[in-house]
Design a binder for this molecule. Sequence first.
Ligand code: NAD
Length: 233
Amino acid sequence: MKTALVTGGGSGIGAAVAHRLRSDGLRVATIDLNAGEEKYSYTADVTDRAAVDAALDKIRTELGPVTVLVNAAGLERFKRFVDLTFADWQKVVDVNLNGVFHCVQATLPDMIEAGWGRIVNISSSSTHSGQPFMAPYVAAKSAVNGLTKSLALEYGPNGVTVNAVPPGFIDTPMLRKAEERGFLGDTQKQIDATPVRRIGRPEDIAAACSFLISEDAGYITGQILGVNGGRNT
Ligand code: NAD
């Protein structure tokens, strides 16, 4: 039985991934700013390495070494580029990119030791063609895609695969908040622009993660697997 860590597991996509991996028979721990109700849900900020390490100490004691990592913690900040403060920029990069750095670096030794591991980074389909008012987010998520490819080359020889899943338009609290604040435009127009003609579900992303962490996906690494209903592919 393998132990998985899902970041951002308290909401939306991360919560769906955690649920799916539990159903797949893994031992699952989550970390989030707001821990969920499930057992082995820990409160930790992914940008705070000491907090990540402290949560991992507990997880390793309770569930054993972590050989599966899904990085789903993330946040958006919609602003015109000229209105961004450097603090805005740093915050978005810190959570979406540096948080991935911390969680990968903190768990990779377990995977190397086991000679087996799976990492899935949730990036964003906005990296495909960019997105106005989301420059730091798109920059950070693009860097996550690049990090994914480099890590895949570096740790393939250790039995660790590293892939990214850039979601399209997925119905989560993050998306609904952006909609409420008027940043998404007309939701129906977004759906009409999506070839499969529906909004994505967190479970769509969870299904891709479930596959990418499976034994069957052992020959797939360094890939950016868009789950987006055919948009931005
Ligand atoms: P969400 O807001 O529902 O969930 C994100 C979770 O990350 C929250 O529970 C939040 O508390 C947690 N989080 C934020 N900052 C954190 C930090 N510093 N430390 C620990 N946890 C932190 O959003 P979601 O839509 O489920 O997003 C999940 C991932 O998918 C994110 O990385 C997001 O960028 C990405 N994504 C979402 C969509 C979409 O349409 N919903 C599209 C593309 C990419």
